[in-house]
Design a protein around this ligand. Sequence first.
Ligand code: NAD
Length: 497
Amino acid sequence: MSAAGPFIGGNRTDVGGVPVSTDHYIGGQRVASAATFDDRSPLDWSVKLADVSRGDAAIAEMAVSAAAEAFPEWAAMGVKGRGEVMRRVADLIDEHVPSLAAVECLDMAMLEESLRLRVLSRGARNFRAYAELAEQYEERVWSSNGTANRVMRMPAGPTVVITPWNAPFMLSTWKCAPALAAGNTVVLKPAEWSPLSCSLLADLCHEAGMPAGVFNVVQGIGEEVGGALVADPRLKRISFTGSPDTARHIGRAAAANIVPFTAELGGKGPFIVFADADLEAAAKKAAGQFDDSGQVCLAGTRLLVEASVRDEFLRLFHHFADQHVLGDSRDSATTISPMIHPDHAARVAGFVERARANGDTILRGGARSPLGGDDGLWYEPTLIEPRSNDSEVVQHEVFGPVLTFQTFADEAEAVHLANSTAYGLSAIVYTSSQQRAERMGRAVRAGTIWTNCFLVRDLTAPFGGCGISGIGREGGDYALDFYSDLKMFQVLDGTTA
Ligand code: NAD
């Protein structure tokens, strides 16, 4: 971004050669808080990247006021007018992918090559595709009971979007783009562990000519500024991605003001491998899930393998897992990045220690990597065979490079194990049988089921979770419907001017 500017003032810190604002972005202006919080790089925890403005209730109030004030004009611009601005944002994202990748890699430690080649361009695609989808909406029209009936989509109003620390830029655009395309104004609160790339999104929206107050970014700690934001009675929508525990807090605030909210939450997906599957492809995909230190909500972290191919599958899995390279996420040879934060690394290590104490068998890994010395946040790719399906490491999301391994005797047991946690975000099934794939697709409880593939996603598909993996669906028209007030408009036949 350094090359293209222009920047919009405020306090800026050099992050990987990119001047990033550490302020909030409210009403088209940079706004600083007197208080700040430290933002450090997981690649080297001794390096402080930035002192970031620490928002409070007053900042939350200011941001929602800006969004409320900007709402009528943005809503009145219609899908075409909004689409023009959104396409300019998309072009700017594409243009600035290298700078965004450099910043997000330092801030969150996602593999830089994957950010540059895949993840960030999805942010641009979100803006472009939702502009187009909103324009393509066809009102449902029909006649009944002597009336002409139409379903209209109306912009809902100021919307708060709260996002987690993993893939912060892409996940934020995934939610902000449909909200904006639907005609809502947005206050985005990115996670305090990786806030910087979302600050750059504010620059790009500003540069694209988004009217002041339409898109706002508020920095800060979840319970402080996030809690104040979601409690504001002027909100018309809340969209949240993060953990089930935080969703419970936000759900209470949404209930108090009767505001619709969606929650995209954690996962504990089953990765089910039948004996008739292409075992090599399955093992490769399963071991590939250690990328980015397994900090992926959609991961199939519970490997469920048909007992008759246990040894062969494990041999292949170890073969592929052995090829991983722990290292600096800026290096293209690296496949396993450090974890986001020492607290998170301690949490992940705690799961493994308790599994060991519980009598679960560590089949590989199970220890911190010496990389980075005492401050290093790398953990060895770990596979655990639990003593029972009730083991904590089977039942709770670890969100690190830790997979579990269990076997099943037949399809019925595979389904039983797959559906045996409180989560239901995703599932992966490997089988060569189309009929079995159909049966599993119906029987397994999850928002998304991939058969013989993984992480292939179409933007127009519904996305969300069952159970404690979430409430509601986003993606495509499902997102546009969520961010709109659907209005039923009826006219008695024969009504004339
Ligand atoms: P988190 O719930 O701790 O935090 C998420 C966001 O909520 C952050 O911005 C945080 O500041 C904010 N927050 C925290 N407390 C708040 C409060 N009381 N009021 C308002 N906001 C508050 O989650 P995390 O640790 O950042 O992210 C990891 C979790 O996110 C994992 O469970 C992961 O599976 C999940 N996740 C889900 C998806 C999905 O699409 N389903 C995608 C990515 C991550």
